[in-house]
Write a protein that binds this ligand. Structure first.
Ligand code: UD1
Length: 419
């Protein structure tokens, strides 16, 4: 087991380059199954979720060759479909995209019940609803999902809940379906637009991704091509908040500044500074104690739940009491108990937490409860007085490439040790 040991009280300064978006990559890789050809995927983050995904695709007959540190060539011409290995697919959440992609390509999908970060109940009823609307039969039970069809046919899909995964899965299943599909009440996150852009580059006919209604005209087949994954909005936001939490000064390169508008506005509301240097570079700095602010997590373009815990580190030492309302995941406040061990004063009740700002945090042994909580606890350790040990870091490796090297380059004293 590995852990991070952080010697704290460091003001982070310097530049960081953001990798490709994890949440786009875990959808685009399975989306290549809809292509009968060769795709070159650039800006693919080198993270454990992606490595697992590549291994799963290889079991289906996909040939994947790494041609550069963040580029793979994916050859899907010989997909000899067998059921996806249940033990591998149940390791992480985004394996649910195999259902939409395999239904589209092979008319049958068998996938282990998706695992992943323990953020509370993670139902997939909206995914099933979308597949059924398109003419699939979906059975959920005994640790797996089995979806079959005689042929998918375009239809109108109205999602009851704004869901990133169900929106992408509905797109994947519709691309090769016969006729036209419209999907309403969709999620609009940047990675949804990215998946649609990838598929359109390969010959799909998808309109409206990023708006309220997505329309897909089914096509007969997709061809190969080259696609570069969008920069990771959440990784960029993590470093923006690290700058504020450590009263530091970080220039964030290779991000899409527009995707970060909601966070930039909150950072400025706290009295810290955000300067847009260009469309893909932001500078964030903080020279005094930030003011308390209230936040409520919402689907894009609202405040992302995936930045709630990193923001929580900032609010733990802000001036006054901040109120945070989590409206997406019921278990997303687990990190507050760890932060309280470090001297924070946070009272989490249900989906609301009250953060009474304290003068400073103190290094302690803490444990990551999920990917983003893990990144947040690293930031807490860098800001805190003394030594912090963060365990359960396999969660962090799922979604951040070289996180300790990036923090080290900004001045942090952090090392990975084997327990
Ligand atoms: C994705 C992201 C995750 C992020 C989340 C919300 C990926 C791989 N993961 O997760 O990092 O935290 O979006 O931005 O992209 N729901 C249902 N029924 C469903 C599906 C979802 O009730 O069939 C509910 C969920 O319980 C949750 C809400 O809808 O409360 C949003 O979930 P969803 O957007 O689907 O999240 P994921 O796609 O799993």
């Amino acid at each position: 087991m590995e852990k991070f040991v952080i010697n704290g009280k460091t003001r982070l300064e310097g530049e960081v380059i953001i990798n490709g978006a994890k949440n786009a990559a875990v959808a685009i890789l399975p989306a290549t199954l809809l292509v009968n050809g060769i795709c070159t995927i650039e800006n693919l983050p080198n993270i454990s979720d992606i490595n697992i995904y590549c291994d799963i695709l290889r079991t289906l007959g996909v040939k994947i060759t790494k041609t550069a540190p963040n580029t793979v060539v994916v050859d899907t011409r010989d997909v000899n479909y067998i059921d996806a290995p249940l033990d591998m697919t149940s390791k992480f959440r985004a394996s649910y995209y195999l259902i939409g992609a395999l239904l589209g390509r092979c008319k049958r999908a068998v996938v282990g019940m998706p695992g992943g970060c323990k953020l509370g109940a993670r139902p997939i009823d909206q995914h099933a609803k979308a597949f059924e609307c398109l003419g699939a039969k979906v059975d959920i039970g005994q640790g797996k999902i089995v979806a079959t069809t005689d042929g998918l046919v375009g239809n109108s899909i109205y999602l009851d809940i704004v869901s990133v995964g169900a929106t992408i899965n509905a797109i994947l299943a519709s691309v090769l379906a016969e006729g036209t599909t419209t999907i309403e009440n969709v999620a609009k996150e940047p990675h949804i637009v990215d998946v649609a852009n990838f598929l359109n580059t390969m010959g799909a006919d998808i309109h409206g991704a990023g708006t309220d209604i997505i329309k897909i005209n089914g096509v007969k087949e997709l061809h190969g091509g080259t696609y570069s994954i969008v920069p990771d909005q959440i990784e960029a936001g993590t470093f923006m908040l690290a700058a504020v939490a450590t009263r530091g000064d970080i220039t964030i390169k290779n991000c899409i500044t527009k995707h970060l508008d909601v966070l930039s506005a909150k950072i400025e509301e706290m009295g810290a500074h955000v300067e847009e240097i260009s469309g893909d570079t932001l500078r964030v700095w903080c020279d005094k104690k930030p003011k308390c602010v209230n936040i409520k997590t919402l689907p894009y373009p609202g405040f992302p739940t995936d930045l709630q815990s990193q923001m929580g580190i900032v609010l733990a030492t802000a001036d006054g009491t901040s109120i945070v309302t989590e409206s997406i995941w019921e278990s997303r406040f687990q990190y507050t108990a760890e932060l309280n061990k470090m001297g924070a004063k946070i009272n989490a009740q249900g989906n609301v937490a009250f953060f009474d700002g304290v003068p400073e945090l103190y290094g302690r042994p803490v444990s990551a409860s999920d990917l983003r909580a893990g990144a947040a606890l690293i930031i807490a350790g860098i800001a805190a007085n003394g030594v912090t040990e963060v365990s359960n870091i396999e969660y962090i490796d799922r979604g951040y490439e070289n996180i300790e090297d990036k923090f080290k380059a900004l001045g942090a004293d952090i090392k990975r040790v084997t327990e």
